[in-house]
Design a protein around this ligand. Sequence first.
Ligand code: GRF
Length: 213
Amino acid sequence: FRIAVFASGSGSNFQAIADAVNAGRLAGDSVTDSPMHPRLDVRIELLVCDRPKAQVVERARQLGVPAFVFRPKDYADRETYEKEILERLQALEIDLVVMAGYMRLITNVLVEPLYGRLINIHPSLLPSFPGLDAIKQALDYGVKVTGVTVHYVDGGMDTGPIIAQRSVEITPQDTEESLAARIHEIEHVLLPQVIERIARGQVQLQGNITITS
Ligand code: GRF
């Protein structure tokens, strides 16, 4: 099961996926090969990154994951570089694209051909607090519970069918940093879990609703 990860920043979620693969948690080594738990073979085939200086690029280099790193300003428009990305994904026969801190909206060049095979992780309980600075948005609003969402990507900003969510309580002492740390911890567990379920064929998309078995 071949995945590509899109990321723009530190890449701690990219690292969490790679660690899960390398620990055998996504490679199926930890479970016996049975009809209930067939052996999985998840591989990260490509990192796509729009910021050459991002830490995630160095992480990919250390892990030996091939990377397509580009600067949007080197292209005439978004559609042009997205076409190049799509060609690379198709050449590698990617089964699932995981957006983990990719800080750009994508167009129909990618959304249409990949719909249902393209997921995103977002640090709030969607549909609350989409867009940038979701953790700060939740703190500023004063909600007492926020969380993490993994969802299929459609053309909108953090919209699309929700696959999984985890809640995180906000305490009066929380700062953006302390809350972000707890949210990231949960992301690093949830994202590999969702990838495993998708790779096992356990997530069905029915219109706007997903059903995980
Ligand atoms: C995560 O909080 C993710 O939910 C959001 O961007 C952040 C990426 O963090 N979409 P990292 O680059 O994986 O450390």
